[in-house]
Design a binder for this molecule. Structure first.
Ligand SMILES: O=C(O)c1ccccc1N[C@@H]1O[C@H](COP(=O)(O)O)[C@@H](O)[C@H]1O
Length: 224
């Protein structure tokens, strides 16, 4: 079964076109003002128009308010909300009920014990995204830092929901990451950039190609 690929932090027509032509499955738009990939909602709506029906549209938020989430959903109509902050299981369930949009909760992983919280979230979310813990520096973002974790921690894991791997992936390591972790879906942001916030169409194409060429170790769960 084909590996699913999400390209996150898209902010130009050129990058959206590259992701769509490469047949990425998910296109991510970042709504977090501290990120170099942050977009005003109107610009995300414009960029996403080309993607609708060709790839799933993902809105990434970090501890967003009800008002902000409602505005994103009303205007962008995303297929998936990526919750990349400190949202609790109760808050994730609340967001899903408020918006009616499936949610993907990002969990920060550095050791096996970090996976214990999966059980707390499983009833409240539709997908998991396993990302590295951010560096302990004042300028570090909750994600998008280009930092990897030990992919072996995910080998053989069934979190009860479809899951994606992210954190420090790039065209040179994505196939190995898939083979070691056994995941059926991967997500990338900084690994397909020339500099923070500036996507490279060639790297986007190479990432999707190399992910699809990987030998998946396990049959991935599908949908939403
Ligand atoms: O990309 C961002 O700017 C971002 C900001 C805040 C939270 C998450 C963010 N991105 C997500 O982080 C992971 C890993 O990114 P990277 O490939 O290591 O750069 C990825 O899931 C992005 O969706």
């Amino acid at each position: 079964m084909a590996i699913e690929v999400k390209i996150c932090g898209l902010n130009t027509d050129e990058a959206v076109t590259a992701a769509l032509e490469a047949k990425a499955d998910f296109l991510g738009f970042v709504f977090y003002t501290r990120s170099p990939r942050h977009l005003p909602i109107a610009e995300a709506v414009r960029l996403a128009a080309a993607a609708r029906g060709r790839a799933r549209i993902v809105a990434l938020t970090v501890d967003a308010s009800d008002d902000f989430l409602s505005e994103i959903v009303d205007r962008l109509n995303p297929d998936l909300l990526q919750l990349h902050g400190r949202e609790t299981p109760a808050r994730a369930a609340e967001i899903r009920a408020l918006t009616g949009v499936p949610v993907m909760k990002a969990l920060a992983i550095s050791e096996a014990a970090d996976l214990a919280v999966v059980a707390d979230y499983v009833a409240s979310v539709d997908r998991f995204l396993f990302d590295a813990k951010p560096p302990r520096t004042p300028q570090a973002l909750p994600g998008g830092n280009g930092v990897a974790f030990d992919w072996r921690l995910l080998a053989g894991l069934d979190p009860g929901r479809p899951h994606m791997l992210s954190g420090g992936l790039d065209p040179s390591n994505v196939a190995r990451a898939i083979e070691i972790s056994g995941v059926g879906a991967v997500d990338v942001s900084s690994g397909v950039e020339k500099m923070p916030g500036e996507k490279d169409p060639d790297l986007i194409r190479a990432f999707v190609r190399n992910a699809r060429a990987a030998r998946a170790a396990s049959a991935p769960r599908r949908d939403p």
